[in-house]
Design a protein around this ligand. Sequence first.
Ligand SMILES: Nc1nc2c(ncn2[C@@H]2O[C@H](COP(=O)(O)OP(=O)(O)OP(=O)(O)O)[C@@H](O)[C@H]2O)c(=O)[nH]1
Ligand SMILES: [Mg+2]
Length: 97
Amino acid sequence: MSNSSTENGHGPEPGSHENGDATIDEDSFEQIEKQRRIFKIIVIGDSNVGKTCLTYRFCGGKFPEKTEATIGVDFREKDVTVDDETIKVSTQSLTSP
Ligand SMILES: Nc1nc2c(ncn2[C@@H]2O[C@H](COP(=O)(O)OP(=O)(O)OP(=O)(O)O)[C@@H](O)[C@H]2O)c(=O)[nH]1
Ligand SMILES: [Mg+2]
């Protein structure tokens, strides 16, 4: 089976999208490789016990001045390096029933 891009001895031009694949430079690829693991933390608890403050403090590094009751889900993310691997920690603070 032949491939039109190699039949004439020439491969695809660097950066070409001949095969429909988007090209990606090495740095970006390494970045994706390093960040591919995502750890998800779900915080559940009674109303007004500090769930939003806890995730805000963890992801933002400081305690919020004031908070309001969460309606639905409160998403936050933070990159954390563990043993030379950068992981993404995703927190979800859920509203209480
Ligand atoms: N003293 C003290 N107050 C806190 C602490 N954590 C949160 N609070 C206060 O508790 C109140 C409620 O905090 P939230 O983080 O909004 O609570 P929550 O659990 O997300 O509340 P809901 O979204 O309504 O379920 C706020 O007035 C905070 O300032 C803490 O560690 N110490
Ligand atoms: Mg909340």
